[in-house]
Design a protein around this ligand. Structure first.
Ligand code: SF4
Length: 322
């Protein structure tokens, strides 16, 4: 047996780990229940397994559940956490309480190599992929873990650029032996890496949102086709930048691409950073886009910004907690 992190393993992988010692699938399920449902960070406290197995786990594995290194609370009650994994990679997580709906926004990479011009994470650069365990730990390793109802993959990184770990994390989040969160309550956001989008739509039932700076037809067409095959929510997150993608030309293009699709549009304000030469569209312009999309039969809403005072809003994560 190797010294292995249990958080981030599927129930089958846990069974593969303990089977050589003569233990059964039911024991693997007890372990996954303790890690994912009870959030047991101390392996010696894993329940419903033989003491011999507990001893083996203590000697040869760790829970893989670790606390955030730092945190910052926003005036709107959202909380940003900084995690640092064993490899020293840093990444941020945001907890967004909203009545009965409590969302955690997780990172999939430390930094990002996509370099989208509207995003501070892109400017932070790419520092490395994080593991499926690191992704799951952002949900079960924060103090509000028990309250979480929704998970969004909209933190640092492009999920399709770390797809194996993202798909594995999605299966752990939604599995009965895992966190048991409905795939309807899990949303992965992408800037539209096409091979990754296709693989994700084939292998996962979770929702997908496309973060857009300008209308791109190819990815939207792929989403339209998959929409017909599976019951899931597909959406566009359209970051609105003054005079750059909020003209009538862009509006008409959005309308023509989305015509007769069930894809929902979330309009987001651009969050400026110091020394920025680009600015968010005005509230009036965003309302104008929303109104025109709706009267064209396209479902649209303006997403409220949260955590801007602690740089926790979309596109602002860049380990600013340090
Ligand atoms: S928007 Fe997403 S993909 Fe683009 S740089 Fe930021 S984190 Fe990366």
């Amino acid at each position: 047996m190797l010294n292995i992190s249990l958080c981030g393993l599927t129930a089958d992988e846990i069974f593969d780990f303990i089977r050589p010692l003569g233990f059964k699938a039911v024991h693997a399920l007890s372990i996954s229940n303790s890690i994912y449902k009870k959030k047991t960070s101390d392996i010696s406290k894993i329940s419903k397994i033989p003491s011999k197995l507990r001893e083996e786990l203590c000697n040869h594995s760790k829970s893989g559940i670790y606390p955030p290194a730092e945190s910052k609370v926003s005036g709107d009650n959202s909380i940003k956490y900084l995690f640092r994994n064993e490899a020293g990679l840093e990444f941020e997580t945001v907890y967004l309480p909203d009545g009965k709906r409590n969302t955690v926004c997780v990172s999939t990479q430390s930094g990002c190599r996509m370099g989208c011009s509207f995003c501070v994470t892109g400017r932070y650069g790419f520092h490395g992929n994080i593991t499926s365990g690191d992704i799951i730990n952002q949900i079960i390793g924060i103090p509000q873990a028990e309250k979480i109802t929704h998970v969004v993959f909209m933190g640092m990184g492009e999920p399709m650029d770390n797809l194996d770990n993202v798909l594995k994390a999605c299966s752990i989040i939604t599995a009965e032996w895992g966190l048991s969160i409905s795939p309807r309550n899990v949303t992965v956001s992408t800037v539209g890496i096409i091979p990754g989008v296709i693989q994700f739509l084939e292998k996962s039932d979770c929702n997908l949102t496309l973060s857009l700076y300008s209308p791109v037809i190819e990815t939207i067409n792929i989403m339209k086709n998959f929409r017909a095959k599976r019951k899931r929510r597909l959406s566009l997150a359209y970051v609105m930048v003054k005079d750059q993608n909020d003209t009538d030309y862009h509006l008409e293009k959005l309308k023509s691409i989305l015509n007769s699709s069930a894809i929902r549009v979330n309009l987001l304000p651009y969050h400026s950073v110091p020394n920025d030469q680009i600015y968010s569209s005005s509230a009036e312009r965003m309302q104008y886009f929303k109104h025109n999309l709706i009267v064209s039969g396209i479902s649209a809403s303006i997403r409220k910004s949260r955590g801007t005072d602690i740089s926790a809003a979309c596109g602002l994560l860049a380990t600013g907690l340090k």
